[in-house]
Write a protein that binds this ligand. Sequence first.
Ligand SMILES: [Zn+2]
Length: 267
Amino acid sequence: MPHRIVNVFNDYWYDSRMRVKDVASGLPKTDKLYLKDSYLKEAYSKIIRVVREKGKRYYLVLASSIFHSLGGGQPSDTGMLLASGFKFDVKKALESGGVVVLYGKSLEGEPVEGLEVKQELNWERRYLIMRLHTAGHVIDRAVSDTLRNRIDTMGALHGPPHAYVEYKAEISEDQLIQIEELTNDILDDREVLIKEVRPEELQNYIYGAPNLGRLPEASVYRIVEIKGINAIPCSGTHVSRTSEIGRIKLMSVDKVEGGSRLYYDVE
Ligand SMILES: [Zn+2]
């Protein structure tokens, strides 16, 4: 049986993905504001679809989103939608076919299509996720260097409740200590750059990237480069300098089918 990552976010996703697909059906792709500016904490947008689940719980789609949806190893953002007489608690952001679907509960008023709302991100949570996700890319490099081989990843969760990356390799407790040391040695204060490149240019820009054997086809790839560490196709939100991460701690290593799961944190 293939290894299945069990956590509250993914379970939620498996249960509700059909519902999310229905909600997103026929809508244009969402303008993902977080891809252009991961430090954006507020933005205005229009509600373009409202589907009531039950009571005060709804699925909503906005024309543009500052909420990163669950996926690519990143947990979902949370936050609020606000307008005059309207307050909505965004509990999850999910995605289907490029459309970001927000799920949550109305605290005041009811959502209606066409309503202009202010999106407010739960910034404390998002910023932690940004630090953890960038840390995950640095750990990728340290794992490959320590094991003297390019190591593919199998899964990841770069955020609360527990951050981890799964590597296609056996990693011992001793190696875990070496990886932690190396991770913090190379961390430094490096620039993190985001670039969009066409498929034919990809090989000129990426280095040290895992999983290239199973890179999905796309017309444009978003590359996250940590200067001198690696440049990886990734749609996540990152800090702009590695000094924002703080110290990276590798908490433990668990054996999982096909490899090892490294739990880590930042402090
Ligand atoms: Zn990434």
